[in-house]
Design a binder for this molecule. Structure first.
Ligand SMILES: NC(=O)c1ccc[n+]([C@@H]2O[C@H](COP(=O)([O-])OP(=O)(O)OC[C@H]3O[C@@H](n4cnc5c(N)ncnc54)[C@H](OP(=O)(O)O)[C@@H]3O)[C@@H](O)[C@H]2O)c1
Length: 266
C-alpha cells in the first residue's frame, strides 16, 4: 500500500530534503505541498526532481483538498499549530518537525488528535544521535538529580529554546525535577543569567553564526560530571531519514507522542 503524504514547508531546507527522499521511495507518494512563494507550481519543477508531481499550495487548507494519510509540518512556528489542527480535522495523521510549539499547543493538539483517533508524532529533532541523547539523558536523570541544558543554533534561528532542547526538558520532567542547590528564587544577580526554566530544567540558548543545531546536557554530582552532546552538520539528511520513519509509523499511534523513539525499538 502506498501512503499519501502532504509536506508543508516542502521548498524549505528540511522539507525539500524530505520531499526528495520521499521521491526515492516505493511506498510513499507526495500528493501535495504547502509553501507560499512557489504556490501554483509543481513541486518537482521547483526542486528539480521530476518524480515529485504534486502541486504546491499557499495554505494547508488548500493542499488538504487532496486526501492524504500523513501530513508533515515543516514550516515555521507561527503557522504550525493551525496547520496541524487543520490536518487532523481532515482526518490525516501528523508528523511534526517544526520547532517552537509549546506544551499548551501540544496539549490542545492532543485533544483533537484523540477525538479524531489520529496519531501526532512531534519530534524536536529527527536525527538519530539527538534521539540517543534523549534516551541516555533520561537514564542519567534517574540517578543524578542536578543538570542544565545548553542549546546551540545558528544566529538566524528565530525560536528559542530549540525544539530539541524543549523536548529534552519535557522528557526529563517525566523522570524527575532537577533539584538545584540554590533555588532560582534565592539566586543573587540578573535572573536571566540562570537561563529559562522549561519543564523544570534550566535551558541556556546560544545563537551564533557557525552553529547548526547542537544540544548539550551537563549532569553534575559532587566531584564528578557527565556531559552528553549531540552536534549536527550542515545537511538536512539526518532529519529526512528520521522523518521517513516517522511517516511510516505515525498511523500506529493515537494522540500526541514526543520523540522518534516513540516508534523505535530502543
Ligand atoms: N525536527 C527536526 O529534526 C528539524 C530539523 C530541521 C529543522 N526543523 C524545524 O523545521 C522548521 C523549518 O525549518 P527550515 O530550516 O526547513 O526552514 P526554511 O528553510 O525557512 O523552510 C520553511 C518552509 O516553510 C514554508 N513556510 C514558511 N512559513 C509558511 C507559512 N506561513 N505558510 C506556508 N508555508 C510556509 C517556506 O516556504 P515559503 O516561505 O515560500 O512560504 C518553506 O518551504 C523550523 O521550525 C526548524 O526549526 C526541525
Amino acid at each position: 500500500m502506498v501512503l499519501k503524504v502532504c509536506v508543508a514547508g516542502a521548498t524549505g531546507w528540511a522539507g525539500s530534503e524530505l520531499a526528495r527522499s520521499i521521491a526515492g521511495t516505493e511506498d510513499l507518494a507526495l500528493v501535495a505541498a504547502v509553501a507560499r512563494k512557489h504556490a501554483g507550481q509543481v513541486l518537482g519543477d521547483v526542486l528539480g526532481e521530476p518524480r515529485l508531481t504534486g502541486h504546491i499550495y499557499a495554505s494547508a487548507e488548500e493542499a488538504l483538498a487532496h486526501p492524504c494519510d500523513v501530513f508533515v509540518e515543516y514550516t515555521k512556528p507561527d503557522g504550525a499549530k493551525t496547520n496541524i489542527l487543520t490536518a487532523l480535522e481532515h482526518g490525516a495523521h501528523v508528523v511534526v518537525g517544526t520547532s517552537g510549539l509549546t506544551e499548551s499547543d501540544l496539549a490542545q493538539i492532543d485533544v483533537l488528535a484523540r477525538k479524531q483517533h489520529r496519531g501526532v508524532l512531534a519530534c524536536g529533532n529527527f536525527a538519530l544521535t539527538a534521539v540517543l541523547l534523549q534516551k541516555f539523558a533520561e537514564a542519567a536523570a534517574r540517578l543524578i538529580p542536578q543538570w542544565e541544558i545548553i542549546d546551540y543554533a545558528r544566529d538566524d534561528k528565530v525560536d528559542a529554546p530549540s525544539g530539541t532542547a524543549r523536548e529534552l526538558a519535557f522528557r526529563l520532567s517525566t523522570v524527575r525535577r532537577p533539584e538545584p542547590s540554590v533555588p532560582l528564587a534565592n539566586a543573587v544577580g540578573p535572573p536571566e543569567t540562570r537561563g529559562a526554566t522549561v519543564s523544570g530544567s534550566q535551558i541556556h540558548s546560544i545563537r551564533l553564526p557557525g552553529y547548526v543545531i547542537s544540544a548539550e546536557i551537563i549532569f553534575g554530582m559532587p566531584d564528578q560530571r557527565l556531559t552528553i552532546r549531540h552536534d549536527s552538520g550542515n545537511s538536512a539528511r539526518p532529519y529526512a531519514d528520521g522523518a521517513l520513519l516517522a511517516i511510516r509509523k505515525v498511523s500506529t499511534l493515537v494522540g500526541v507522542h514526543r520523540g522518534l523513539d516513540s516508534v523505535l525499538d530502543l
